[in-house]
Design a protein around this ligand. Structure first.
Ligand SMILES: *[C@@H]1O[C@H](CO)[C@@H](O)[C@H](O)[C@H]1NC(C)=O
Ligand SMILES: *[C@@H]1O[C@H](CO)[C@@H](O)[C@H](O)[C@H]1NC(C)=O
Ligand SMILES: *[C@@H]1O[C@H](CO)[C@@H](O)[C@H](O)[C@H]1NC(C)=O
Length: 382
């Protein structure tokens, strides 16, 4: 009995001990979980705070210290003859711009052939031989965009030729482009000319076929769409072959029998058609910011006869010419009976920020006459 009692007592004791231990273990478990919870809580709050600080820092670096940039993408045959004009335009604005140059493979910008430091070490290293009027021009555009997209601060992408000039100072240009969330793409239905190759259907349907100037300004999203495109570009490569035209057709008089040609002029259809096909036309302002003058008259100068862009020479480069380009406030699209009244920030505005084509002497004359806003002043200041 004693034995049993003691056994019983013992077992009761053990039971109690066990119970106590259980409670202890449970309590400690609870405590442990609790503290773990608190710890996790603590660490999450810490990490949230940290990440919040980081986000704030990156936000600050994005929006305060580092401003959104405009990428200026130059497509040149060789060097940039108007480099000094752009030098004056860029001066003092380094934090708001980046520059990329596509020139013929093998041509290297150096101090001997460029007078502006802005263009040194700005060449893309994988440039392609551009044959005017072939899909290689589009490839050059895509190469430039690919390079420029690497910098997340680049928010707009402006294509420029080696004969383009800026019409205003940098601040005005920057505000004009950044004040809207749209791209600027000259784009209109191209029903007349029969440049569409029916072999592109159904991947590129004819109702998406658009025409317009290649000198576009793209948002980051649209730049990505162009770089990501694996459908429309191969169609252009395959079906847009230049036939007998020795050069970019607009730079030359129209041949007597155009029906012999099947050249879709890829660079004047690609971006427009791609954006239409992707259903993104609601995100573009359908006009170019770059003025070209198309000479349709029968000029006495045989070099200027036919439909091709006018090249302004030294004697043409007057304040009146620049003012007449700046004064344009609407563009008429004949094929669509559409008149595009230009506006910026919701107010009527000038249409063009850039103009082509200018020779080097013409551009220098404009720079000397301070015709292009305060470009000259900006140069003198520094
Ligand atoms: C171009 O430069 C980049 C970055 O420096 C490099 O990764 C790439 O291999 C180069 N491409 C060519 C074709 O040289
Ligand atoms: C830039 O040009 C605009 C428009 O021509 C002018 O109003 C503005 O004062 C100029 N800004 C500078 C910094 O010169
Ligand atoms: C383009 O492709 C990249 C990489 O696949 C992707 O991150 C990006 O969202 C794409 N952009 C668009 C606009 O489709």
């Amino acid at each position: 009995m004693k034995q049993r009692k003691s056994t019983h007592q013992k077992s009761v004791y053990y039971y109690n001990q066990w119970k106590k231990r259980k409670i202890f273990v449970m309590l400690s478990l609870l405590l442990l979980t609790g503290s773990c919870f608190v710890l996790t809580l603590n660490s999450t709050t810490t990490s949230t705070t940290t990440s919040r600080i980081l986000t704030l820092a990156s936000l600050r670096s994005h929006f305060v210290v580092q401003k959104p940039k405009i990428a200026f993408l130059f497509i040149a045959r060789n060097r940039l003859p108007l480099d000094m004009l752009w030098d004056a335009f860029f001066k003092g604005q380094e934090s708001r711009l980046s520059i990329f140059v596509h020139s013929r493979p093998g041509f290297l910008f150096n101090k001997a052939n460029t007078r502006s430091e802005y263009f040194l070490n700005r060449q893309v290293n994988d440039s392609t031989q551009v044959d005017w009027g072939e899909a290689t021009m589009i490839e050059a555009e895509r190469i430039l965009l690919r390079h420029a997209l690497v910098d997340p601060l680049n928010e707009r992408f402006v294509f420029l030729s080696d004969s383009c000039i800026p019409l205003y100072n940098f601040s005005y240009t920057y505000d004009y482009i950044m004040s809207t969330s749209t791209s600027f793409v000259d784009s209109f239905a191209d029903t007349k000319e029969g440049r569409y190759n029916p072999k592109m259907a159904p991947l590129v349907p004819v109702n998406n076929w658009r025409k317009g100037s290649q000198w576009v300004v793209l948002t980051r999203k649209h730049a990505e769409v162009v770089v990501n495109d694996t459908t429309v570009f191969p169609m252009f490569q395959q079906h847009c072959k230049r036939r007998s035209l020795p050069e970019f057709w607009r730079d030359h008089p129209i041949p007597a029998d155009t029906s012999m040609e099947h050249n879709c002029i890829p660079d004047e259809h690609y971006v427009q058609t791609l954006l239409a096909r992707e259903g993104l036309e609601g995100e573009i302002t359908r006009r170019s910011l770059t003025h070209s003058s198309w000479d349709l008259s029968s000029s006495k100068d045989p070099e200027r006869r036919g439909w091709h862009p006018v090249t302004y020479k030294f004697s043409d480069a007057t304040p009146m010419l620049i003012q007449s380009i700046k004064d344009i406030d609407n563009i008429y699209y004949e094929t669509e009976y559409r008149r595009e009244w230009c506006s910026s920030k919701g107010k009527p505005s000038r249409c063009f920020l850039f103009a082509r084509k200018f020779t080097r002497p013409a551009a220098f004359r404009l720079l000397d006459m301070s015709v292009l806003g305060s470009l000259r002043k900006a140069t003198n200041k520094s």
